[in-house]
Design a protein. Structure first.
Length: 138
């Protein structure tokens, strides 16, 4: 069981881990042992709140499959256990970010002084331009 926030918890049965052979550091070990981890998390079938699911799908980007499965790949360490922990840590970080509700934007109006200042500058600019055109006496 992985605790994300006080209200959001993910059961281990919701996660699907596959171990594959990795490239990179490890020498001959790389050719023999499946140390890389593909962590799969079915977002649509999970017990997450709907708003968190929507934000998670948006945040995941290319890591989401068309079936609604989040795929996290970890192959940076030499051991299976370290890669497993790294993949789970990345999932937790992504879920924590998705759990944060964005603040609503409150629309604001410019104040009366700002409106007046803007209009004055427009009038001044218009007078400057009008002053440039001569009566045709050149």
């Amino acid at each position: 069981m992985i605790r994300i926030t006080d209200t959001i918890v993910i059961e281990d049965r919701e996660l699907d881990e596959r171990f594959v052979r990795a490239s990179g550091p490890g020498g001959q070990n790389v050719n023999k042992v499946s140390t890389a981890v593909e962590l799969r998390f079915d977002v649509r079938a999970s017990a997450l709140p709907f708003d968190v699911k929507d934000r998670l799908i948006t945040l995941a980007g290319n890591r989401m499959t068309t079936d609604g499965v989040l795929l996290i790949d970890s192959r940076e360490h030499r051991t299976q256990g370290q890669n497993r922990e790294a993949a789970r840590a990345r999932l937790v970080a992504l879920l924590k970010q998705a759990a944060i509700r964005p603040r609503k934007r409150r629309p604001t109006k410019p104040g009366a002084g700002a409106r007046e200042k803007r209009l004055d500058s427009k009038k001044r600019r218009g007078r400057i331009k009008a002053g440039r055109s001569a009566d045709g006496d050149d």
